[in-house]
Design a binder for this molecule. Structure first.
Ligand SMILES: CC(C)(COP(=O)(O)OP(=O)(O)OC[C@H]1O[C@@H](n2cnc3c(N)ncnc32)[C@H](O)[C@@H]1OP(=O)(O)O)[C@@H](O)C(=O)NCCC(=O)NCCS
Length: 168
């Protein structure tokens, strides 16, 4: 149950500006965005959103409180014949909106998106020290399938990355 009224829906073109603000809020989250491809500007978000909206294999769920975008969950499948039963997820909630049920609602909506497309499996990577995310995934019955040792370096320290999955 969401603690603050939050509307969860697929992103639409008119969400661009507010989505860009949300992406900027979470872009430097140390436990989350580790690679460079995350859209950090309005222009980059516009390009990213148009790619998402033009692909039948990608869903971008967003959570809105009043008009503000407070969270997103990107779910990406593929049309590769050997892999098209699998989708990969990444997500973040703006710091001010955490612990209100937004992340859980987004993840459940992404699972529904995958079920509607008859996908079989959702996978994701998470840093082994990302306790909030691990708790969320555990609550929704994601299971560990493996680990990449010292996969990520942050501020001169190596971190393990866990591979999690859920069968739908
Ligand atoms: C992980 C994240 C998405 C959780 O979003 P959220 O909206 O705060 O989570 P919710 O309020 O929906 O919490 C759902 C469940 O997750 C767990 N949880 C979430 N945050 C937690 C925390 N700080 N400590 C412990 N458990 C936590 C709890 O089990 C919670 O259920 P409960 O409320 O019944 O206890 C959010 O912390 C975030 O954006 N973190 C930075 C980005 C990130 O790590 N993304 C994931 C990368 S793999």
């Amino acid at each position: 149950m969401l603690a603050v009224p939050t509307h969860i829906a697929l992103a639409e073109p008119q969400d661009l500006a507010r989505l860009s603000v949300h992406f900027a809020e979470v872009a430097d989250e140390p436990l989350f965005v580790l690679t460079s491809e995350f859209p950090r500007t309005l222009e980059a978000t516009e390009k990213f959103l148009s790619q998402v909206l033009s692909s039948p294999h990608v869903g971008l769920l967003i959570g809105k409180q009043e008009q503000k975008v407070v969270g997103h969950c990107l779910i990406r499948s593929t049309d590769h014949p050997a892999l098209r039963h699998v989708a990969k997820i990444s997500m973040a909630v703006s710091a001010d909106a955490r612990r209100q049920g937004v992340g859980e609602a987004l993840l459940r909506a992404a699972e529904k998106w995958a079920q509607q497309r008859r996908l079989r499996k959702i996978v994701l990577d998470v840093l082994a020290n990302n306790r909030p995310a691990l708790r969320l995934y555990e609550k929704l019955a994601y299971r560990e399938e493996g680990a990449r040792k010292d996969q990520v370096m942050i501020d001169g320290h190596y971190h393990d990355e866990l591979l999690l999955a859920k069968f739908l």
